[in-house]
Design a binder for this molecule. Structure first.
Ligand SMILES: *[C@@H]1O[C@H](CO)[C@@H](O)[C@H](O)[C@H]1NC(C)=O
Ligand SMILES: *[C@@H]1O[C@H](CO)[C@@H](O)[C@H](O)[C@H]1NC(C)=O
Ligand SMILES: *[C@@H]1O[C@H](CO)[C@@H](O)[C@H](O)[C@H]1NC(C)=O
Ligand SMILES: *[C@@H]1O[C@H](CO)[C@@H](O)[C@H](O)[C@H]1NC(C)=O
Ligand SMILES: *[C@@H]1O[C@H](CO)[C@@H](O)[C@H](O)[C@H]1NC(C)=O
Length: 472
């Protein structure tokens, strides 16, 4: 089983970042395994997917090294599988956060630079702040919202603690108003929105639907065969909301069955956008788009219809390009499309979301049983998330720089990574299924430490969307 799965994902060369290669390799491999399991479990029931990560960096010097929340304890077996170099001997767990950051984040990538591109009327950085107690709790519950995906319906699935529901994101130095469903629906009269990406985008859209459902229940007017892309309509305001399943954003041919078992590598056409979203692009007034963890999977990379290499395809005699290469190429293509299109309305570029597996990973018993947020400085991003995020921020900055100043408002950054990193308590963990511990003793319980409970921390993303799109 492990063998089969490892084929499917892992990680490999990161080109110049040779010294972190091992670390990446290990964590990616594990992540791959994790995803695989993830898929198999979830697809049969409803849409699932994989995805995201990210965060916002502080200057390395400021970073307080903290417990590595990563996939630190790689089984030795894994390590031998994936590690060629001398570095192999370095225990994964000894790679301190400092190492990581200095290796992977040139100063130029630091978020503050991105901040410089923001319109000056933004008074403060809404993505830097703290989670503060919020006695009033979530805007909805499992009883009032009926579109919560089973795997994220932590309340209905029996999660025993509820403290994770009583926090609110509080940017430093400014007020972040809570999302107003009334105001939103009024302002969005006759408008249409699309969320484009993977299962985290779906997680996000369900949060928005739940918040809006307090005012009006959405009518589902479309779904694709696999229930992965959907559209809803709000009759009273003629507001339309779509979620478009496009985990790679570029064209991809996959060979996975419903159990997530792949019979061949994914073929990724890095220079061709996925028509699933580009064909409809012009019809939307607002778009929230994001890439993420699907790029960690094993894939053969195509450009100009020719194989240029792959990401983790041992035995294929192809050049290992590393997932960073594939992710960057794809995002460049996506962002170029966005900034050169005649689309007049707003695109929100969301950074990927971090996971919080501890004491293992998806595949080997990783858990996330914390019940409170971290405080700033208590946690650092793992290496994979840092790479993904850096690519996202770098390419976003380039895209913005390519726009004229009068056009800068056309795209905005929704940098949810860091605030999400502080919420290890917001994932379903074992409660992706009802009564996970009801089964026979000793049977392993799979934890989801990537997606977010609904209600949960992801609801705050919509406060931020509202701020970006409407208030600023
Ligand atoms: C909502 O969750 C509570 C537990 O928090 C549970 O008792 C109730 O049955 C759930 N309702 C639905 C409709 O699933
Ligand atoms: C609803 O909004 C769409 C645009 O999203 C518009 O084309 C259509 O005319 C509107 N319908 C009504 C009845 O106003
Ligand atoms: C793509 O391939 C064609 C012929 O195979 C070649 O003429 C063209 O220059 C290539 N384009 C790029 C961008 O590599
Ligand atoms: C691998 O590819 C290279 C160049 O494409 C070729 O020269 C070599 O013979 C191939 N090796 C095998 C074992 O196919
Ligand atoms: C959380 O899980 C760890 C093992 O992964 C365990 O040692 C710890 O007791 C758990 N904490 C709680 C509160 O269940």
């Amino acid at each position: 089983m492990v063998k089969k799965m490892s084929l499917d994902w892992s990680p490999w060369s990161l080109g110049k970042h040779n010294h972190v290669f091992v670390k990446f390799a290990v964590s990616l491999l594990l992540m791959g395994l994790a995803f695989r399991l993830f898929f198999s479990d979830s697809i049969s029931i409803s849409p699932v997917a994989e995805i995201p990560l990210l965060e916002r960096t502080e200057a390395p010097e400021n970073t307080i090294p903290v417990p590595l929340l990563e996939r630190t304890e790689a089984p030795e077996a894994m390590i031998t599988v994936t590690t060629p170099a001398p570095e192999t001997t370095i225990p994964v767990t000894t790679l301190a956060p400092e190492t990581t950051i200095s290796v992977t984040t040139p100063a130029s990538l630091a978020t503050p630079e991105i901040g410089d591109h923001r319109p000056s009327k933004e008074k403060c950085d809404i993505f830097t702040g703290d989670w503060i107690p919020n006695p009033s709790g979530p805007a909805y519950t499992n009883e009032t919202c009926h579109v919560i995906e089973g795997h994220q319906n932590c309340m209905s699935n029996g999660r025993p603690d509820s403290g994770y529901l009583y926090w609110k994101w509080n940017p430093r130095g400014c007020e972040l108003p809570s999302f107003s469903a009334e105001r939103f629906l009024e302002l969005m009269r006759h408008k249409s929105w699309a969320f484009i990406g993977d299962s985290i985008s779906r997680n996000h859209v369900q949060s928005l639907l739940c918040i809006l459902s307090k005012v009006e229940k959405a009518v589902e007017v479309y779904h694709d065969k696999e229930y992965k892309s959907k559209r809803w309509h709000f009759p009273s305001s003629n507001f339309s909301l779509s979620v478009i399943w496009s985990p790679f954003l570029v064209q991809a041919i996959t060979f996975e069955d419903n159990n997530g078992v792949a019979t061949s590598e994914i073929q990724l056409y890095l220079d061709k956008l996925d028509k699933k979203w580009t064909d409809q692009y012009q019809s939307f007034d607002y778009i929230v788009i994001s890439g993420g963890k699907w790029f960690l999977k094993t894939a053969i990379y195509y450009e100009n219809n020719t194989i240029v290499g792959c990401h983790y395809c041992p035995g294929k005699n192809l050049t290992e390009m590393g997932f960073e290469y594939g992710y960057r190429k794809a995002l460049q293509r996506v962002l170029n499309f966005i900034v050169t299109s005649s689309q007049k309305e707003l695109v929100v570029w969301r950074t990927s979301t971090p996971d919080h597996f501890e004491n293992g990973d998806w595949s080997n018993g990783g858990t996330c049983n914390r019940t409170e947020p971290f405080k700033d400085g208590e946690i650092d991003m793992n290496d994979v998330d840092i790479v993904l995020r850096n690519v996202e921020l770098e390419e976003y900055a380039k895209a913005v720089a390519a726009l004229g100043s009068d056009e800068e408002m056309k795209i905005k950054l929704l940098d949810t990574t860091r605030l999400s990193l502080l919420r290890p308590d917001g994932h379903p963990g074992p409660y992706r299924y009802p009564n996970p511990f009801a089964g026979s003793k000793g049977s392993a319980v799979q934890n989801d430490c990537l997606h977010w409970c609904l209600p949960g921390p992801i609801d705050s993303w919509n406060d931020l969307v509202m701020e970006l799109v409407i208030n600023s």
